[in-house]
Design a protein around this ligand. Structure first.
Ligand code: GNR
Ligand code: NI
Length: 172
């Protein structure tokens, strides 16, 4: 296992649409293992493969509370098969949009189909942080970031800030 580098805005790779996984094999599991290690190292509660530069439809998540012990989850080719009409607002952040936070409205509950770590088909009902997080991660697979749900003014402000920060780092 290895910690991989997390891509950040304005990296254009983050806008790519990821392609479906054809087979849940040892190569994919090695990627999922690296993604989990990278997510715990960051730390974050979720990570999509595109955030480490691999454009395939795979996610890892762990929304367990502190002191609960780890509860890693793996989602391959996830799809939302149902979502509630009711929305909920959550203050979101993203490892690819460092140190920026904003409220995003999304369906409060979703039902998701996916393949698990062993390639077995599964369905799951999610609410609360789990529902928010899985929708945030699914967006990544479609090249969408949480800042794309904000007004253009708010989004542009964040992108400008991060572009500037990156230039300052490069000049050091
Ligand atoms: O670590 C993360 N926290 C978080 C908080 C609120 C809503 C979504 C998230 S996901 C984020 C990790 C990340 O960037 N995943 O893509
Ligand atoms: Ni994210």
């Amino acid at each position: 296992m290895a910690v991989r580098k997390i891509l950040t805005v304005p990296d254009p790779v983050l806008k790519q649409v990821s392609t479906p996984v054809e087979a849940v094999d040892d190569e994919l599991r090695a990627l999922l293992d690296d993604m989990l290690e990278t997510m715990y190292d960051a730390p974050g509660v979720g990570l999509a493969a595109i955030q480490v530069g691999v454009p395939v439809r795979a996610l890892v998540m762990d929304v367990s509370a502190e002191g609960e012990g780890p509860a890693p989850r793996y989602f391959v080719n996830p799809e939302i098969v149902w979502h509630s009409e009711e929305l909920s607002s959550y203050q979101e952040g993203c490892l690819s949009v460092p140190e920026q936070y904003a409220d995003v409205d999304r369906p409060a509950e979703v039902r998701v189909s996916f393949l698990d770590y062993d390639g077995q088909p599964q369905e799951m009902h999610a609410s609360g942080l789990l529902a928010t997080c899985i929708q945030h991660e699914l967006d990544h697979l479609n090249g969408v970031l949480f800042i794309d749900h904000l007004s253009r003014m708010k989004r542009d402000m964040i992108v400008r800030k991060l572009t500037k920060a990156r230039k300052a780092e490069a000049a050091e």
